[in-house]
Ligand binder design. Sequence first.
Ligand SMILES: [Zn+2]
Length: 255
Amino acid sequence: MRGLPKLLDGIVKYTLRDKKQAALRLQQCTKNPEPLGVMFSCMDSRVLPTRFTQSDLGDTFMVKNAGNFVPYPDDVIDMSNTSAPSAALDLTCVKNSMKHVIVTGHSDCKAMILLHNLRNEVDNQMGSPLELWVKKHGRRSLKKFDYLTKENKYVGPVPFHLKGCNQSLQVSIDPENKFCETDKLSQVNCVQQIENIAAYPFLKDRLHTSDLFIHGFWFDVNSGNVFMLSKKQQKFVEVNESTYSSLLEEVKDLD
Ligand SMILES: [Zn+2]
């Protein structure tokens, strides 16, 4: 089954099988909302963070766009160019005091492939809406991508500075060289969004007092593997049974 019939069929299955349980959970969430935070993810149909994190209704707020960009604060300072991601940070982290922001990138990202293709013309003001979007918000990622060179076997490290937390990272990008160039750009781009978020002045106090934490996930659409940015190991680490304990150590006291 394809198209709208598939969606209608899904809704009927949901009403028969899951709706009763969902309604109970929704009432619980409305009475006592406890969302853990907000996720910024690429809008690609293959990337469903709520599915690979097995999240429930009410667990996370979600913002999706092409390339999982969160514009750098200097790029969205006034009414004419405010952005959905910055409004979402205000809604979740400031107005509702949520403690976690998670940026999710992925492999075979069409926005990253486009950004890579346009890497020598980011200053050209002309283009389609998608081209202008990736050029405007991807230029910082491209600059960091330049740290991957033949001399370091295209693994970096790539420097990032998280302003609000006053933390510097030297992130190795795909140190085993398993992924293609545009997937490496996607990993760089994911960490760049963390740097962008940490630069928002209205988040500075919460980051400084450890009332807010920013994380990175990366999803491989070929294997279904999920990676987490380990700030301790300064690289993306595949999340599985063997890495779970060490990754848990990094995040278990953050609530
Ligand atoms: Zn994508």
